[in-house]
Design a protein around this ligand. Structure first.
Ligand code: ASP
Length: 342
């Protein structure tokens, strides 16, 4: 019998509402080992649950789905994760699903699960930790406890995929990692979280407007080059990406989504071959679409065949573009999808 079937058998055997924890690795699963520099993912899902304390009235079952530092989680891994969540929802016995994940790319995984509509049947809550299990004050157990409580709460139903971290609840649509070292690792700037967990009580104060989704199917498995720009850069690197076989380009432009004038001919030529999406390196606010008209502005880039990313930052843009390309979306379908985020 496969590991996945064993999980479903275990779910059938436990009484009452069941929350399933699927672990992916990351700091929340990491410890330091004697004779080795730096911590590594080692702790399986059931061991993670050992530290969360009693959760009366709730049955929690777990599965170690992957054991990876999150930079090594692939689009194929997350596609498989979404399918796994769907199979758990199909049992009719699962109240909610928690995914534990490295924080570095947690936002890409959460947004992918949201795009793939993984939270249609059951709430899906992603969490992690900034301090590993060997730290003097690990934050993983508290985050996991909060995430389980959130996943079991009727409050979060219909809110899409959520991220619970440092006592607050974020929508996967907006969340991103904002610090490399503090326990409050995530932000939904410029908006803010949608709720919190205080004294084990889950409260949701605003519900995200959930628009565009791709639905079940292929996730972000097509290679997309995510490129930064610096002043004066002609972005010849975008042409190199095209030649290297990348199937799309996401650009973290300056300001509202701007590049040097010298970059426009290169980006125009690349955009004739593969989709080029222009986002912004600025952490708060959308890429613009019609404010500036000089060469290198958003207007000139649109006229050169590029798409603007709207409210999606470069990381989320790459997820959406990769999944669209992987599904064989044509130019019009890619434009329509990004227009939904304008
Ligand atoms: N390097 C870790 C990761 O797997 C960081 C973390 O989980 O906080 O993303």
């Amino acid at each position: 019998m496969s590991g996945s079937d064993e999980l479903i058998v275990r779910i059938a055997e436990v009484p009452g509402p069941v929350v399933v924890v699927l672990s992916m690795g990351g700091t929340v699963s990491s410890v330091r080992e004697p004779g080795r520099e730096g911590s590594v993912p080692r702790v399986d899902a059931s061991a993670l649950l050992g530290d969360v304390g009693s959760l009366s009235g709730l049955s929690v079952v777990s599965e170690t789905f992957r054991m990876l530092p999150s930079s090594s989680v692939t689009g194929a891994d997350v596609t498989a994760l979404a399918a796994r969540i769907r199979s758990l929802g199909a049992t009719g016995r699962v109240t909610g699903v928690v995914v534990t994940h490295g924080t570095d790319t947690l936002e890409e995984t959460a947004f992918t699960l949201e795009l793939l509509a993984a939270a249609t049947d059951v709430p899906v809550v992603v969490t992690g930790a900034m301090r590993d299990g060997s730290d003097a004050a690990p934050d993983g157990p508290g985050n996991l406890r909060d995430a389980v409580l959130a996943a079991a709460s009727s409050q979060v139903r219909g809110c899409g995929v959520l991220v619970v971290f440092d006592s607050v609840i974020h929508s996967a649509r907006w969340v991103s990692k904002e610090t490399t070292f503090r326990a409050a690792g995530f932000s939904s700037a410029p908006l803010g979280p949608i709720g919190w967990i205080v004294e084990d009580r889950v409260r949701v104060f605003s519900r995200p407007l959930l628009g565009f989704r791709l639905g079940p199917g292929e996730g972000p498995t097509a290679p997309i080059a995510v490129l930064a720009t610096v002043p004066g850069d002609d972005m010849i690197v975008a042409d190199a990406a095209l030649r290297a076989g990348y199937r799309g380009v996401v650009l973290a432009g300056a300001g509202g989504g701007h590049v040097a004038r010298a970059a426009v001919p290169v980006l125009s030529a690349v955009a004739a071959e593969i989709p080029v999406v222009v986002s912004t390196r600025v952490p708060r606010g959308p890429a613009l679409s019609k404010t500036y008209g000089y060469p290198g502005s958003e207007v000139s880039l649109r006229h050169a065949g590029c798409l603007m990313s709207g409210v999606l930052d470069a990381a989320k843009s790459s997820v959406l573009l990769s999944a669209l390309v992987a599904r064989g979306a044509d130019r019009a379908a890619v434009a329509e999808a990004f227009a939904a985020f304008a």
